[in-house]
Design a binder for this molecule. Structure first.
Ligand code: 17E
Ligand code: FE2
Length: 440
């Protein structure tokens, strides 16, 4: 045995926790051998690392379904995004793109992946701008993907930031990016010059994905225009091509402006099509509503409604210190907390769903459901969170105590208790898990 974790609470997916405590045994090869009920009388196996969980929450790792590693850590270069719009962000990036080098991209992307791995993220889908004649970022990220292969999985989306049809040479660059090893085909229909160009760009993206056996993930309707309706085109193409849950619509913020009658039609279509949605609350609370007076729109997709309609929805971080968000840490628990407030997923039964949206629901976006989870035969990728439930992990924004990748300890964050010298009391450790009224 390589490792045995004793006495953990098991996150069972879909926001739920399995009853009782479990022991998880990791075989020499780095995969999960057994998951059995915890028995404090049982002798631990003589070999392997013994981890006493003391009831901590054991979960498959966080999954980042949407980030831009090529643009990360470039905020303010060559100038800040003063208006805070998506459009000025794209303009700033277009300038910064001119000075990209392989080392520059590898350095920044690797740094953010280190942050994410330390915070329990072991599966990442990054978008990569391919509207660049040299495809510098694409080649660099492909190199990063190879370098990190033994600890985390990285999917690269060929993302045509400045368009496929409207950008000169856009289609050729997209094809070239696929030839050079992109995993997923991207698009940005709302940024194309005309509605027809937008539709044509989606047709192209799906045709390429079908031909090369790839997935599709489009930045789609990221605009406060209630007439931006490319998500229906994407869903129809997903249905007719058979790509279905292999297709994802990211952002879809225009949905926050659709009328009730159209929203109903769309909920039905999206559910039938099997497509995934990814909401990025940091970016879109920041970027949307910038052309509104008051009342000012929130610029988020219909998270609650689409979940209720049976659509898979996940939360992504999108940016870490780049032209679209000057902040960002890559920590999915922050994404989940912000997202659940933005989408008003604040009911007691909805808060655990926000945890699912950064774990199993995000894994479904990446299409890694077979190898993702705490089951015999799965790679031993997991984390131990110092929390009794998914809702507690989100509420207290805990850092994983241990991050295990392929049965190997990847990151360790010791608990850091706070001592409080409250008037009239001896200095004592603060228990942030205490419910109101429990103090004697
Ligand atoms: N590019 C884009 O089109 N939209 C975004 N939210 C980001 C980059 C981050
Ligand atoms: Fe994005």
């Amino acid at each position: 045995m390589l490792m045995i974790v004793r006495g953990a609470r098991l996150y069972a997916g879909d926001g739920r926790v399995a009853p009782g405590l479990v022991d998880v045994e990791v075989a020499e090869g780095g995969h999960i051998a057994r998951v059995v009920p915890y028995d404090d009388q049982r002798e631990p196996p003589g070999t392997g690392t013994l981890v006493e969980a003391h009831g901590a929450l054991l979960s498959a790792p966080f999954v980042e379904p949407h980030i831009h590693l090529d643009t990360a850590l470039t905020a303010g270069e060559p100038r800040p995004n003063a208006s805070g719009t998506l459009w000025e962000g794209i303009a700033c990036w277009s300038e910064r793109k001119q000075s990209l080098t392989r080392e520059d991209v590898i350095g920044r992307a690797t740094e953010v992946l280190r942050w994410q791995a330390a915070q329990g993220v072991l599966h990442v889908r990054t978008h990569c701008d391919v509207t660049d004649d040299r495809l510098v970022a694409l080649d660099a990220l492909a190199e990063v993907r190879d370098r990190v292969r033994d600890v985390l999985t990285l999917q690269i989306v060929a993302f045509p930031q400045e368009g496929i049809v409207s950008y000169p040479g856009g289609e050729k660059l997209l094809r070239e990016a696929i030839a050079r090893g992109a995993d997923v085909v991207g698009a940005i229909p709302h940024f194309e010059d005309t509605r027809e160009d937008g539709v044509a760009s989606l047709n192209l993206a799906f045709a390429l994905a079908e031909r090369h056996g790839l997935r599709v993930d489009a930045h789609c309707d990221e605009i406060d225009d209630e007439q931006s309706r490319f998500v229906e085109v994407l869903a129809a193409l997903a249905l007719r091509s058979g790509l279905r849950e292999r297709a994802t619509a990211s952002h879809t913020t225009a949905m926050g402006s659709y009328n009730g009658a159209y929203s109903y039609k769309l909920q039905r279509l999206l559910a039938r099509s099997g497509v995934n949605l990814v909401a990025n609350p940091f970016a879109n609370l920041n970027l949307q509503g910038r052309f509104d007076g008051y009342p000012k729109r929130r610029g988020l997709t219909q998270v609650k409604e689409m979940l209720a309609a049976g659509v898979n929805v996940a939360f992504g971080h999108d940016d870490v210190m780049d032209p679209w968000n000057a902040l960002g840490t890559g920590n999915p628990l922050q994404t989940a907390l912000l997202g659940l407030y933005a989408a008003q997923l604040t009911g007691a039964d909805e808060i655990p769903t926000a945890f699912a949206m950064i774990t199993d629901r995000a894994a479904a976006v990446l299409g890694i459901t077979e190898e993702y989870g705490i089951r015999p035969g799965c790679p031993a990728d997991f984390m131990l969170l110092p929390a009794e439930s998914p809702a507690e992990a989100v509420r207290r924004q805990v850092r994983p105590r241990y991050v295990i990748s392929r049965g190997r300890l990847l990151a360790h964050t010791p608990d850091a208790p706070t001592q409080l010298g409250w008037p009239g009391e001896e200095p004592a450790e603060v228990d942030f898990t205490r419910r109101t009224g429990q103090r004697s």
